[in-house]
Design a protein around this ligand. Structure first.
Ligand code: FES
Length: 180
């Protein structure tokens, strides 16, 4: 089941957000974005999971989840379906932050992203209703000055003016450098 996530949000306001209750965290509800899916194809991740919606995670909870890593790391974190007590339900959550940049410092992630970029190089998004064609996540991160938004799922970047994919990792795929 997928419940729609709010597309544009304002920090400090409450929104109805799809959440799952994780067995590990007792009664806490964990905000998620996009459909339940697995990523065998390019990312070698065969488990059914949701992505967390970092906008609605408090600093206190983020600190527990990140365990010393940068908070952007949360964007690469997932909630496995078999760790949840229930499917997603809507809960009222406070918007804590706009979506940050994708965690480019994860070198392994850049390699996977490079493969994804090659596979999706010819795809375009509908700029009126931007949804990532990879796994159907809504493109909710605020665009940068050039109008480029980063998908909170696996980091594909999309130009919201033209709908085209913006490649970042595949150009440097063999160099394994941290991208700017
Ligand atoms: S859903 Fe995978 S990159 Fe967007």
């Amino acid at each position: 089941m997928t419940l729609e996530s709010p597309r544009t949000v304002e920090v400090g306001r409450y929104y109805q957000v799809p959440c799952v209750q994780m067995k590990k965290w007792g009664k806490a509800y964990f905000p998620v974005i996009g459909p339940l899916h697995e990523d065998k194809e390019f990312l070698d991740f065969p488990w059914q999971h949701w992505h967390c919606d970092f906008r609605f995670i408090s600093d206190r909870f983020a600190d527990k989840l990140c365990k010393g890593r940068e908070k952007a790391y949360l964007l690469a974190q997932v909630v496995a379906a078999d760790t949840t007590a229930l499917g997603p339900i809507l809960k009222k959550k406070l918007c804590q932050r706009p979506m940050p940049d994708f965690p480019w410092s994860l070198l392994e992630w850049q390699r996977s992203l490079g493969k994804l970029e090659i596979a999706y190089a010819k795809h375009h998004i509908n700029v009126e209703n931007p949804i990532c064609p990879h796994r159907g996540l809504p493109l909710v991160a605020p665009p940068d000055k050039r109008g480029v938004t980063v998908c909170s799922g696996h980091g594909l970047s999309w130009d919201l003016h033209t709908g085209a994919l913006v490649c970042r990792a595949s150009k440097n795929f063999s160099e394994r450098e941290v991208l700017p």
